[in-house]
Write a protein that binds this ligand. Structure first.
Ligand code: GDP
Ligand code: CA
Length: 337
């Protein structure tokens, strides 16, 4: 099987690690080999202290490659923060964004290679060469685009003439902790962006398309917003199955409800499914998994034309994420017939 997934950071990475674990079991049982292409959101990317930082790519790369700090969910294991302290001693801003010492090496290599003229997709492949995931399944990481397309969030600001201003997504998420309402989400540069090499092909040639429990707006939404991606999915032969990042009316980790509100979507499993839409009606999904505690959403989702099942969706550990992946592949088989 060739599987293709659209991923953000933590939610996507943890699901994909479960998926690879499940696929290893399958390979051991059946002898079948699989390949996974992950198309990763790059709209969180930013320049920080002169370095190009790609948070979601790095979270997926470190998680699948065994280098992640699992408690924090991002950054390197066994990290130290000497450089951060030194920058603070110089009074350099932004002080709200921490880059760990080990992690810095990744950004330095990336920035050097970008400076030498390599596109982000080539840089990503070079970095990932160090972090080869220890699974039977072959894994490929692709940025959604080699072009710069960055999410900004419009917030109220009484001191500006328009009464509002746009801040980079990282500033909204990390410095402001999404504590003020997001009035609008704008992905600057997206209309001119093109899919990175391999992206459209990975969608067209997939046997299964997966939408992990990533943020529907600022992770999956930004990938879908790259011109050409949505049309490629609409035309793909593979079934599309997604998993809800919302359980019991709340995002499982983090503050996704803030950006869902900005696009007028309730933080419920069925509202997120409706936001993605049924593939049969020009939307994204053939199948959708909601958590066992959201059984009442199943009928609502199915009435909108998406086949829906309720199963445990909490990624408490790798086996739990692997079980979710198994359920997603079962549903893909069912809707793909
Ligand atoms: P980010 O880029 O690091 O924010 O990561 P993603 O966009 O890939 O994923 C963030 C989303 O993952 C959040 O909206 C959470 O609701 C969701 N999430 C995190 N942990 C879990 C979990 O255990 N189960 C489910 N269903 N969703 C989760
Ligand atoms: Ca992210």
């Amino acid at each position: 099987m060739h599987l293709t997934a659209l991923s953000g950071g933590i939610g996507g990475a943890r699901f994909l690690r479960g998926l690879l674990t499940h696929l290893d079991d399958d390979t051991r049982r059946s002898g079948r080999r699989h390949a996974l292409t992950t198309i990763v959101n790059t709209a969180d990317d930013m320049w920080m202290f002169g370095l190009r930082v790609c948070p979601d790519l790095d979270t997926v790369m470190y998680t699948l490659g065994g280098g992640i700090d699992d408690d924090r969910g991002w950054g390197r294991a066994d990290e130290s923060w000497q450089a951060k302290a030194e920058l603070a001693a110089y009074g350099v801003e932004p002080s709200w964004f921490g880059l760990g010492d080990r992690d810095l090496a990744t950004h330095i290599v990336r920035t050097q290679m970008l400076g030498a003229g390599y596109p982000l997709s080539a840089v990503t492949a070079a970095l990932a060469d160090r972090w080869r995931p220890p699974y039977d399944t072959e894994v490929r990481l692709l940025p959604m685009s080699d072009d710069r397309a960055e999410t900004h969030v419009v917030v109220d600001d009484e001191s500006s003439p328009a009464g509002r201003r746009a801040v980079h997504f990282q500033e909204y998420w990390v410095r402001m902790r999404a504590a003020v309402p997001a009035r609008e989400v704008v992905v600057v540069g997206q209309a001119e962006a093109t899919p990175a090499p391999g992206v459209l092909d990975a969608i067209a040639s997939a046997d299964v398309l997966l939408v992990p429990p990533s943020n529907p707006v600022v992770s999956v939404g930004t990938i879908l917003g790259v011109p050409g991606v949505q049309a490629a999915i609409a035309g793909a032969a593979a079934p599309v199955v997604g998993l809800s990042p919302v359980i019991g009316g709340r995002p499982v980790r983090g503050m996704a409800d803030a950006v869902l509100a900005a696009v007028g979507v309730d933080a419920t499993a069925d509202a997120v499914a409706a936001h993605y839409g049924a593939r049969s009606a020009g939307g994204l999904l053939d199948g959708w998994l909601v958590d066992s505690s959201d059984k009442s959403s199943v009928d609502v989702v199915e009435a909108a034309g998406v086949v829906c099942r309720s199963v445990p969706l909490l990624m408490t550990d790798v086996p739990a994420a692997a079980a979710m992946a198994a359920e997603a592949l079962d549903l893909a088989r069912e809707v793909g017939r």
